[in-house]
Design a protein around this ligand. Sequence first.
Ligand code: ASP
Ligand code: MG
Length: 408
Amino acid sequence: MIVQKFGGTSVADIEKIKRVAQRVTQTYEQGNDVVVVISALGDTTDRLIKLAKEICDRPPEREMDMLLSTGEQMSVALLSMAIHSLGYQAISFTGAQVGIVTDSTHTKAKIIDIKVARILEELSKGRIVIVAGFQGVSLDDHITTLGRGGSDTTAVALAASLGAEVCEIYTDVEGVFTADPRLVPEARKIDRITYDEMLEMAATGAKVMQLRSVEFGRNYGVVIHVRSNFSDNEGTWITDSEERMEKAIIRGVTHDVTEAKITLMGVPDRPGIAAYLFRCLADANINVDMIIQNVGENNQADISFTISRDDLDKVKSIMEKVVEELGARGFDCDEEIAKISLIGAGMKTHPGVAADMFSALAEHNINIEMISTSSIKISCVIKASEVQKAVQAVHRKFGLDKGVVMHG
Ligand code: ASP
Ligand code: MG
């Protein structure tokens, strides 16, 4: 059994939908059971969001899900028709119909269960099953969506529940790259990568796959193959088996320009302050990324943190309240930031990687505003205007451009 997922660019118009139908039926002809997950056509989701915003600034999230789920419903029906017209049997389903059960966090719901009986029954009749990505149904029967890029998660979760051999993620690039080729033309395709490295890549801005889908893949051991919709070339395999991989120190460099930095200034330096601030943000479902606290004069501290710019309005109103409650001096927002990250499992056992990264930035006169690390990642916040220069410099410093793999 194979699960194949096609993104919005792969089904952007009728010709492309027909091409997807051909690939799917070929896979079926090779003797596989095929479950297909697709996204909304082209930029449909963006257009639907725009429509909603024209009606009100903050549309009710339940109704947002009702609206956005229609994008995928449209594409599954069209793909099913395309497969029928090639002489094969296919049947399309919404997330709710195939029993993709989620919690009730509208617009970023989490899958809690998938009832695969219906899919298995259709497969046993020889049909190709097409499932709408990015959506599910809550326990109390409301339509939910899984967050932007959520079709990846639908696909990987289905592959896990169905015990599929592989989950193929078809996209408009050849796989996962050592850096974004639009910023770094010398970037190369990565042949194999571990779940942990891919998680860090996705979390720090690599746009190929939704973060949650990689988490799912790791937790359930789903073999994921990210590959191009426009060729038959092998793409990037995401698996566990590190021994089959070249043990590179550094796997890639990512960047993210979607965050904003908030600084809360002049708060008293005493226990409970950070707990209070981040509790307020957590209660509003705000994800916080990097955090830095500096204690200055008069026992006063500044706390800086980064959030997604999409949450900026919500965060600003929370900060107004927090400043008042804590008697802080005020807060500041910086939207002109970028985060650049270096990822590689080999850095765990190889000293000097952080120093080399910081030197690469220093050699180009790029100032580092924040730093955070995990055992296989180093991230720096810098000025947004310097992001391309920074990614190129770091990519070159570690020889990723030359295809030189430094072994740990
Ligand atoms: N259509 C949704 C989006 O644009 C889900 C997806 O493409 O995976 O985010
Ligand atoms: Mg996508």
